[in-house]
Design a protein around this ligand. Structure first.
Ligand SMILES: [Zn+2]
Length: 223
């Protein structure tokens, strides 16, 4: 293995969107992974982002082995995923799957209204009753600070058991549908590339700091 990332794998590729054949081949041959577990037989478009499969050099790889222990590392990558999901109105969502993550999988989802009617402007507590029904006083912080939601807040839902294009016969799809699906999967692959780029950037520019917690002296004792 080389020290630097000379053979880094990329996921996004160009597809001729005037050609049914090119798009069908792209969609049919795309890597797939389970949307839930292997016994639920649903699968969807996926990218294998296990760090040992990315063709990275030993320097980046060793740093990534440290970084994957740090929750903040995943939180920063999650911002990219959230941006993708939001751009697709949560109808399509990327999420991690696999025993220890590692696979980025494309899921179907959506948004649905919650039944909350009001909230407290002081403490944020949400309530299923409107201000007209039970007044402005908050039952949690006791302030006269409750207001009605203008529209019920939305909750993001995902359909994890839902396979995507698993048994579809692309020959029956319109050219328009094929183009739309190809673009979606290309954007998903681009997201995978962006995640890898961001991870490499973190690996090269940041350090993992170990915080040593001081144990209060009273907790120390000799057996
Ligand atoms: Zn409150």
């Amino acid at each position: 293995m080389k020290a630097i990332d000379v053979s880094r794998k990329t996921f996004s590729r160009s597809v001729d969107k005037r050609s049914r054949r090119a798009m069908t081949d792209f969609l049919r041959n795309h890597f797939r992974y389970h949307t839930m577990n292997s016994w639920n037989r649903s699968t969807s478009y996926a990218c294998n982002l296990k760090i040992t499969h990315l063709g990275l050099g030993s320097i980046t790889l060793n740093k990534l082995f440290d970084l994957i222990q740090v929750p903040q590392f995943y939180a920063e990558l999650q911002d990219l995923i959230e941006a993708f999901n939001q751009a697709h109105s949560y109808l399509w969502q990327a999420a991690w799957n696999g025993r220890s993550g590692g696979y980025l999988v494309l899921y179907q989802g959506g948004q649905e209204p919650t039944h909350y009617r009001s909230y407290c402007t002081k403490c944020g507590q949400k309530n299923y009753k409107s201000v007209a029904e039970n007044g402005r006083r908050c039952g949690v912080c006791n302030e006269e600070a409750r207001v009605d939601f203008k529209a019920p807040p939305m909750r993001v839902t995902v359909f994890p058991g839902c396979g995507v294009d698993q048994d579809d016969d692309f020959d029956e799809w319109s050219l328009d549908d094929l183009q739309r699906r190809t673009v979606l999967v290309q954007e998903f692959d681009q997201l995978a590339d962006d995640i890898v780029s961001a991870a490499i950037n973190i690996a090269w520019t940041r350090e993992v700091l170990e915080e040593i917690e001081l144990v209060p002296a009273s907790k120390l004792r000799l057996a």
